[in-house]
Write a protein that binds this ligand. Structure first.
Ligand SMILES: Nc1ncnc2c1ncn2[C@@H]1O[C@H](COP(=O)(O)OP(=O)(O)OP(=O)(O)O)[C@@H](O)[C@H]1O
Ligand SMILES: [Mg+2]
Length: 288
């Protein structure tokens, strides 16, 4: 039996395409502890969402698989809630009703009506949305919609919170505010989180470990950077912190030197393209 909370072992996936099978992921291995905050970072198209969707049970690995507390994941389940980038709220339901729908699905028969109402209100208060319970999605801002999406996921009391670029579409201030809320909520609830991001600062600020993926096709885990910064973390204090800047630099080096996008450089500088692909091979070798 597995000792890890969440474990991806030898995960490969091939998508059928008109030109034959396309191997998006190759031998993804990752063990995640309970309560750990993991960020997945890597260039566009490398396979981050695919990894998340496999953990969510929305895609099935072609080889290998995922265990959560020793049980195989092969379909979606309420213990693995997903927050998408485009805050997928149902437009005809109010803020309250959007959360209620998820709560009813998960807690039907386990909570009475009053308990459900308190629980929905509590989760919307966590993300500071209790002032807008009866608004519909088109009456609130993008950041507010995102907060409702997070409340909806939290209200399912998931063991694992899966977030695909949850703050990607937001302005910098709203984004900073939500990052802070997420850190507070996670410190309180101790959920395991896997979050995809393109933002290096966001990854360093929030994570216990940053998992950096190599470029696709056949993308895999390139390097993993443990972020050993004390919590609670304060973005202003960290701006001048040498350890913070060291981690930042490590991630930037991986992304922009070791995993430089070959398409971007192939035309302009063939020598650079060559060293870029050598670096990719090396990154893969380190994992093997
Ligand atoms: N259903 C599918 N059929 C065929 N190919 C797919 C499918 N889903 C994803 N892919 C391919 O798999 C690769 C990884 O896609 P994925 O969406 O996981 O990337 P990503 O890292 O999340 O990118 P981004 O940062 O742009 O969101 C891409 O080359 C994509 O075209
Ligand atoms: Mg994606």
């Amino acid at each position: 039996m597995s000792e890890s909370h969440l474990e991806l072992t030898g995960v490969d996936i091939e998508f059928p395409t008109p030109k034959g099978p396309f191997q998006a992921l190759d031998d993804i291995n990752l063990k995640v502890d309970e309560g750990e905050f993991i960020s997945l970072i890597g260039h566009s198209g490398c396979g981050k969402s695919t990894v998340l969707n496999i953990v969510a049970g929305l895609h099935q690995a072609t080889r290998g698989g995922v265990l959560l507390d020793g049980r195989e994941v092969n379909q979606p389940g309420p213990e693995r809630a997903v927050v998408f980038q485009n805050h997928s709220l149902l437009p005809w339901l109010t803020v309250y009703q959007n959360v209620e729908l998820a709560v009813k699905k998960v807690f039907k028969g386990r909570m009475n009506r009053a308990e459900m109402r308190d629980w929905i209100n509590h989760n919307l208060a966590l993300v500071h949305m209790d002032h807008a319970l009866h608004k519909r999605p088109d009456e609130i801002s993008g950041g507010m919609k995102q907060r409702v999406g997070i409340a909806r996921a939290l209200a399912m009391q998931p063991k694992v919170l899966l977030m695909d670029e949850p703050f990607g579409a937001l302005d910098a201030l709203t984004r900073a505010h939500l990052q802070d809320s997420l850190m507070e909520i996670q410190a309180d609830l101790g959920n395991t989180v896997i979050m995809i991001t393109h933002d290096v600062d966001e990854a360093v600020l929030l994570s216990d470990r940053i998992v950096m993926m190599t470029n696709g096709p056949a993308a895999t885990v390139g390097e993993i950077v443990p972020i050993d910064l004390p919590r609670p973390r304060n973005r202003l204090a960290l701006a001048d912190d040498p350890a913070y800047n060291h981690y930042r630099h490590e991630v930037l080096t991986f992304l922009y030197e070791k995993q430089k996008k070959v398409e971007e450089i192939a035309g302009a500088n063939p020598a650079a393209a060559k060293s870029g692909s050598e670096a990719t091979t090396k990154a893969k070798e380190r994992v093997a």
